[in-house]
Ligand binder design. Structure first.
Ligand code: SAM
Length: 290
């Protein structure tokens, strides 16, 4: 099968199967071999690796993954793509296609079955409408992950990478950086896709930390605090927490905890680093125990 990264080959496959793009599944297929090579390169795939691909489409990136990995499992929601994938991947015996919604699949079980529970690599040109639930789901569930290399909306890639003091900084930045080291490896313009999306895209590699960069006693509490402080961006940290249904502490105790952290009581959550959120969660935890 000729490489699908060349636009004429993608067009030929789409015509052969009278394929209609489904907007609701975020279908924008890659048609640029340089971008495909860059993704494979950034993901650092070797013949030792088990790779999970989310949303293979017509199999454009899957072909590259099959060439480079030991084994590939590709999960595609659109059943109209399944016969196409059988055709475009027929040359490979190291790939399994699963027709399922990735959000409903037990990925930890898949990693156990196919990779003996060892860390897997995830590679995807993600459907943009579910980028955050997919990435957070992978980190929060106990799936052994080595790295996630994904194409996302440019703005989302920026949000994952930035620190305090920028407008893009938020709950997603903190969650991603708690679990992994983010690195944008390429910016990808709309003309690299068919059909063209309305937004710019970027490839980002998230390398899972072996050990968490901060010590936090109660992860869940820290994320409740983070969510509460970014839900109301213009409010101070104290007011944000006071209005949160998840934190049950009197305002004075919240203010006291902020002072203990060593920052002004009027500080906004968006000014705190991950280390400060972790330290703050540990202080609040102690007060809750009292
Ligand atoms: N990987 C292909 C490429 O690079 O050309 C296609 C990428 S396209 C942006 C996203 C793909 O994800 C589509 O094939 C779409 O049908 C699939 N998809 C959308 N939602 C999904 C879900 N919940 N679970 C699995 N696949 C999904």
């Amino acid at each position: 099968m000729a490489t699908l990264g060349i636009p004429q080959n993608t067009i030929a496959v789409l015509q052969k199967y009278h394929f209609n793009f489904q907007k609701k599944f975020g279908q924008n297929f890659l048609i640029d071999t340089h971008v495909l090579e860059k993704i494979i390169d950034a993901a650092g795939i070797t013949k030792e690796d088990f790779v999970l691909e989310i949303g293979p489409g017509i199999g454009t990136m899957t072909q590259y993954l099959c060439e480079n990995a030991r084994e590939v499992t590709a999960v595609e929601i659109d059943q109209n793509l399944i016969p196409i994938l059988e055709d475009t991947l027929s040359a490979y015996d190291n790939v399994t296609v699963i027709n399922e919604d990735i959000l409903k699949l037990d990925i930890a079980e898949l990693a156990r079955e196919r990779n003996g529970g060892a860390p897997i690599k995830v590679v995807a040109n993600l459907p943009y409408y579910i980028t955050t639930p997919i990435i957070m789901g992978l980190f929060e569930s106990h799936v052994p992950i080595d790295s996630i290399t994904v194409m996302v909306q440019k703005e989302v890639a920026d949000r994952m990478q930035v620190g305090p003091g920028t407008k893009d900084y938020g709950a997603l930045s903190l969650a991603v950086q708690y679990y992994a080291k983010p690195e944008i490896v390429a910016n990808v313009p709309p003309n690299c896709f068919m059909p063209r999306p309305n937004v710019g895209s970027a490839v980002i590699r998230l390398t899972r930390h072996e050990k968490s960069p901060v010590d936090v006693e109660d992860e869940k509490l820290m994320f409740s605090i983070i969510r509460a402080s970014f839900n109301q961006r213009r409010k101070t940290l104290a007011n944000g927490l006071n209005n949160s249904p998840e934190i049950h502490l009197p305002k004075e105790v919240i203010q006291e905890s902020i002072e203990e952290l060593g920052v002004p009581v009027t500080i906004r959550g968006e000014a705190l680093t991950l280390e400060q959120f972790a330290a703050f969660a540990n202080i609040i935890k102690k007060k809750m125990k009292k």
